[in-house]
Design a protein around this ligand. Structure first.
Ligand code: F6R
Length: 240
Protein backbone atom coordinates (compact mmCIF):
# COMPACT_ATOMS: atom_id res chain seq x y z
CA UNK A 1 0.00 0.00 0.00
CA UNK A 2 1.34 3.40 -0.98
CA UNK A 3 1.32 6.59 1.02
CA UNK A 4 2.14 9.28 -1.53
CA UNK A 5 3.58 12.61 -0.42
CA UNK A 6 3.85 15.28 -3.13
CA UNK A 7 6.21 18.16 -2.44
CA UNK A 8 7.38 21.16 -4.44
CA UNK A 9 10.92 20.26 -5.34
CA UNK A 10 14.04 18.18 -4.71
CA UNK A 11 14.95 20.04 -1.51
CA UNK A 12 11.53 19.46 0.03
CA UNK A 13 11.68 15.82 -1.05
CA UNK A 14 15.02 15.49 0.74
CA UNK A 15 13.66 17.24 3.88
CA UNK A 16 10.70 14.90 3.98
CA UNK A 17 12.80 11.76 3.43
CA UNK A 18 15.20 12.93 6.14
CA UNK A 19 12.34 13.31 8.66
CA UNK A 20 11.34 9.70 7.97
CA UNK A 21 14.87 8.33 8.34
CA UNK A 22 15.57 10.39 11.44
CA UNK A 23 12.41 9.09 13.11
CA UNK A 24 13.45 5.49 12.47
CA UNK A 25 16.99 6.01 13.76
CA UNK A 26 15.65 7.83 16.85
CA UNK A 27 13.08 5.15 17.68
CA UNK A 28 15.38 2.20 16.86
CA UNK A 29 19.07 3.11 17.19
CA UNK A 30 20.11 -0.38 16.06
CA UNK A 31 17.95 -0.29 12.93
CA UNK A 32 18.96 -1.81 9.60
CA UNK A 33 18.83 0.66 6.73
CA UNK A 34 18.75 -0.48 3.10
CA UNK A 35 20.46 2.25 1.07
CA UNK A 36 20.58 3.41 -2.54
CA UNK A 37 22.97 5.42 -4.69
CA UNK A 38 22.22 7.86 -7.50
CA UNK A 39 21.11 11.51 -7.52
CA UNK A 40 17.81 11.01 -5.69
CA UNK A 41 19.14 10.30 -2.17
CA UNK A 42 22.05 12.78 -2.15
CA UNK A 43 19.99 15.56 -0.52
CA UNK A 44 18.79 13.13 2.13
CA UNK A 45 22.36 11.97 2.80
CA UNK A 46 23.53 15.60 3.14
CA UNK A 47 20.81 16.21 5.73
CA UNK A 48 21.78 13.08 7.67
CA UNK A 49 25.40 14.25 7.82
CA UNK A 50 24.42 17.80 8.84
CA UNK A 51 22.14 16.47 11.56
CA UNK A 52 24.87 14.15 12.82
CA UNK A 53 27.31 17.08 13.03
CA UNK A 54 24.86 19.66 14.39
CA UNK A 55 22.73 17.54 16.70
CA UNK A 56 24.91 14.55 17.47
CA UNK A 57 22.51 11.98 16.09
CA UNK A 58 24.56 8.83 16.27
CA UNK A 59 24.65 5.84 13.94
CA UNK A 60 27.03 3.64 15.89
CA UNK A 61 24.48 0.84 16.23
CA UNK A 62 22.97 1.20 12.75
CA UNK A 63 23.73 -1.41 10.10
CA UNK A 64 23.43 -0.71 6.40
CA UNK A 65 23.04 -2.82 3.29
CA UNK A 66 23.17 -1.32 -0.17
CA UNK A 67 21.05 -2.30 -3.10
CA UNK A 68 23.61 -2.75 -5.80
CA UNK A 69 27.08 -2.35 -7.24
CA UNK A 70 28.55 -2.14 -10.72
CA UNK A 71 30.58 -5.07 -11.96
CA UNK A 72 33.97 -4.48 -13.53
CA UNK A 73 34.86 -1.33 -11.56
CA UNK A 74 37.35 -1.59 -8.71
CA UNK A 75 35.99 -0.38 -5.35
CA UNK A 76 38.44 2.54 -5.59
CA UNK A 77 36.91 3.80 -8.86
CA UNK A 78 35.20 7.14 -8.14
CA UNK A 79 31.96 5.89 -9.71
CA UNK A 80 31.80 2.54 -7.91
CA UNK A 81 28.86 2.50 -5.55
CA UNK A 82 31.32 1.69 -2.77
CA UNK A 83 33.03 5.05 -3.47
CA UNK A 84 29.72 6.84 -3.92
CA UNK A 85 28.45 5.72 -0.53
CA UNK A 86 31.69 6.56 1.26
CA UNK A 87 31.94 9.97 -0.39
CA UNK A 88 28.30 10.96 -0.01
CA UNK A 89 27.33 9.38 3.30
CA UNK A 90 29.59 7.07 5.26
CA UNK A 91 32.55 9.47 5.52
CA UNK A 92 30.24 11.94 7.30
CA UNK A 93 28.60 9.56 9.79
CA UNK A 94 29.84 7.34 12.62
CA UNK A 95 28.65 3.96 11.31
CA UNK A 96 31.35 1.36 12.10
CA UNK A 97 32.95 0.08 8.89
CA UNK A 98 32.02 -3.49 9.86
CA UNK A 99 28.30 -2.52 9.86
CA UNK A 100 28.37 -1.34 6.23
CA UNK A 101 27.78 -3.83 3.42
CA UNK A 102 27.39 -3.55 -0.34
CA UNK A 103 27.14 -6.38 -2.85
CA UNK A 104 30.61 -7.13 -4.18
CA UNK A 105 32.20 -8.12 -7.42
CA UNK A 106 34.27 -11.32 -7.38
CA UNK A 107 35.46 -14.10 -9.66
CA UNK A 108 32.38 -16.23 -8.87
CA UNK A 109 29.30 -14.02 -9.34
CA UNK A 110 26.86 -16.73 -8.24
CA UNK A 111 28.77 -17.15 -4.99
CA UNK A 112 28.82 -13.36 -4.47
CA UNK A 113 25.02 -13.29 -4.89
CA UNK A 114 24.55 -16.21 -2.50
CA UNK A 115 26.78 -14.59 0.13
CA UNK A 116 24.81 -11.36 -0.06
CA UNK A 117 21.51 -13.22 0.24
CA UNK A 118 22.86 -15.04 3.28
CA UNK A 119 23.59 -11.65 4.83
CA UNK A 120 20.17 -10.26 3.86
CA UNK A 121 18.44 -13.32 5.28
CA UNK A 122 20.21 -12.77 8.60
CA UNK A 123 18.92 -9.20 8.84
CA UNK A 124 15.52 -7.58 8.91
CA UNK A 125 15.69 -4.36 6.95
CA UNK A 126 13.69 -1.74 8.83
CA UNK A 127 13.65 0.81 6.02
CA UNK A 128 14.65 0.23 2.42
CA UNK A 129 15.38 3.42 0.54
CA UNK A 130 14.79 3.31 -3.22
CA UNK A 131 15.33 5.63 -6.15
CA UNK A 132 13.37 4.89 -9.29
CA UNK A 133 14.82 4.29 -12.75
CA UNK A 134 13.13 6.20 -15.58
CA UNK A 135 12.36 2.73 -16.98
CA UNK A 136 10.75 1.66 -13.69
CA UNK A 137 13.71 -0.25 -12.28
CA UNK A 138 14.34 -0.56 -8.54
CA UNK A 139 17.86 -1.40 -7.49
CA UNK A 140 19.19 -2.68 -10.80
CA UNK A 141 16.16 -4.92 -11.29
CA UNK A 142 15.54 -4.04 -14.89
CA UNK A 143 12.23 -4.61 -16.74
CA UNK A 144 11.58 -8.35 -17.02
CA UNK A 145 13.10 -9.26 -13.64
CA UNK A 146 10.97 -11.91 -11.92
CA UNK A 147 9.21 -11.10 -8.66
CA UNK A 148 10.95 -13.90 -6.79
CA UNK A 149 14.46 -12.74 -7.73
CA UNK A 150 17.15 -12.60 -5.07
CA UNK A 151 20.64 -11.09 -5.42
CA UNK A 152 21.77 -11.59 -8.99
CA UNK A 153 23.88 -10.28 -11.84
CA UNK A 154 22.10 -8.15 -14.42
CA UNK A 155 22.96 -6.81 -17.82
CA UNK A 156 22.07 -3.11 -17.67
CA UNK A 157 19.55 -1.83 -20.20
CA UNK A 158 20.74 0.73 -22.71
CA UNK A 159 18.33 3.30 -21.15
CA UNK A 160 19.92 2.78 -17.72
CA UNK A 161 23.44 3.11 -19.12
CA UNK A 162 22.36 6.32 -20.92
CA UNK A 163 20.80 7.69 -17.70
CA UNK A 164 24.00 6.95 -15.77
CA UNK A 165 26.41 8.17 -18.48
CA UNK A 166 26.31 11.62 -16.85
CA UNK A 167 28.66 10.31 -14.16
CA UNK A 168 31.23 8.96 -16.65
CA UNK A 169 33.37 10.51 -19.40
CA UNK A 170 31.24 8.73 -22.01
CA UNK A 171 28.57 6.04 -22.24
CA UNK A 172 31.25 3.56 -23.33
CA UNK A 173 32.71 3.75 -19.84
CA UNK A 174 29.43 2.91 -18.07
CA UNK A 175 29.65 -0.72 -16.93
CA UNK A 176 27.45 -3.16 -18.81
CA UNK A 177 26.68 -5.34 -15.78
CA UNK A 178 25.84 -4.95 -12.11
CA UNK A 179 24.96 -7.07 -9.11
CA UNK A 180 21.72 -6.17 -7.36
CA UNK A 181 19.46 -7.23 -4.55
CA UNK A 182 16.43 -8.88 -6.13
CA UNK A 183 12.80 -7.80 -6.09
CA UNK A 184 11.95 -10.43 -3.47
CA UNK A 185 14.74 -9.18 -1.19
CA UNK A 186 13.48 -5.59 -1.49
CA UNK A 187 9.89 -6.62 -0.72
CA UNK A 188 11.03 -8.25 2.55
CA UNK A 189 11.87 -4.85 4.10
CA UNK A 190 9.51 -3.77 6.87
CA UNK A 191 9.00 -0.36 5.28
CA UNK A 192 10.05 1.07 1.91
CA UNK A 193 10.77 4.72 1.10
CA UNK A 194 10.83 5.73 -2.57
CA UNK A 195 12.22 9.14 -3.53
CA UNK A 196 11.84 10.51 -7.06
CA UNK A 197 12.03 13.95 -8.60
CA UNK A 198 11.87 15.48 -12.06
CA UNK A 199 9.62 15.02 -15.05
CA UNK A 200 11.76 12.16 -16.45
CA UNK A 201 10.44 10.03 -13.56
CA UNK A 202 6.75 10.91 -14.06
CA UNK A 203 5.88 7.89 -16.26
CA UNK A 204 7.65 5.47 -13.93
CA UNK A 205 6.00 6.96 -10.81
CA UNK A 206 2.53 6.65 -12.38
CA UNK A 207 3.21 3.10 -13.59
CA UNK A 208 4.54 2.07 -10.17
CA UNK A 209 1.44 3.29 -8.36
CA UNK A 210 -1.46 3.09 -10.81
CA UNK A 211 -0.27 0.77 -13.57
CA UNK A 212 -0.84 -2.96 -13.76
CA UNK A 213 1.45 -5.04 -11.57
CA UNK A 214 3.86 -6.35 -14.18
CA UNK A 215 7.51 -7.37 -14.45
CA UNK A 216 7.74 -4.84 -17.32
CA UNK A 217 7.77 -2.20 -14.56
CA UNK A 218 9.73 -3.71 -11.67
CA UNK A 219 8.62 -0.89 -9.30
CA UNK A 220 5.00 -2.03 -9.73
CA UNK A 221 5.99 -5.00 -7.50
CA UNK A 222 5.84 -2.48 -4.65
CA UNK A 223 2.04 -2.66 -5.00
CA UNK A 224 2.38 -5.99 -3.16
CA UNK A 225 4.06 -4.40 -0.12
CA UNK A 226 1.95 -3.23 2.86
CA UNK A 227 3.95 -0.11 3.74
CA UNK A 228 5.53 2.02 1.01
CA UNK A 229 6.03 5.76 1.39
CA UNK A 230 6.58 7.58 -1.91
CA UNK A 231 7.99 11.10 -1.71
CA UNK A 232 7.86 12.82 -5.09
CA UNK A 233 8.14 16.36 -6.30
CA UNK A 234 5.44 17.97 -8.47
CA UNK A 235 7.30 17.23 -11.69
CA UNK A 236 7.58 13.52 -10.92
CA UNK A 237 3.93 13.44 -9.76
CA UNK A 238 2.49 15.07 -12.89
CA UNK A 239 1.12 11.80 -14.35
CA UNK A 240 -0.57 10.61 -11.14
C1 F6R B 1 20.89 3.00 -7.15
C2 F6R B 1 19.82 2.24 -7.74
C3 F6R B 1 19.00 2.75 -8.86
C4 F6R B 1 18.67 4.24 -8.76
C5 F6R B 1 17.83 4.69 -9.93
C6 F6R B 1 17.54 6.18 -9.87
O1 F6R B 1 21.51 2.29 -6.09
O2 F6R B 1 19.60 1.16 -7.31
O3 F6R B 1 17.80 2.02 -8.91
O4 F6R B 1 17.99 4.48 -7.55
O5 F6R B 1 18.49 4.39 -11.11
O6 F6R B 1 18.74 6.88 -10.02
P1 F6R B 1 18.81 8.44 -9.79
O7 F6R B 1 18.46 8.68 -8.37
O8 F6R B 1 20.23 8.81 -10.09
O9 F6R B 1 17.83 9.07 -10.72
Amino acid sequence: MFKVIIVDDYDEMSDCAFDIVKEIVASKPDCVLGLATGSSPIGLYQRMIKDHLDNGTTYTAVRTVNLDEYLGLPKSHPESYYSFMHTNLFSGLDIPASSIRLPEDGPDKILQGALYDELLNSLDIDLQLLGLGSNGHIGFNEPGTPLDSTTHVVELKESTRRDNARFFASIDEVPTHAITMGVASILKARQILVVASGSNKAEAVAAMINGPQTTDVPASALQLHPDVIVVVDKAAAQKL
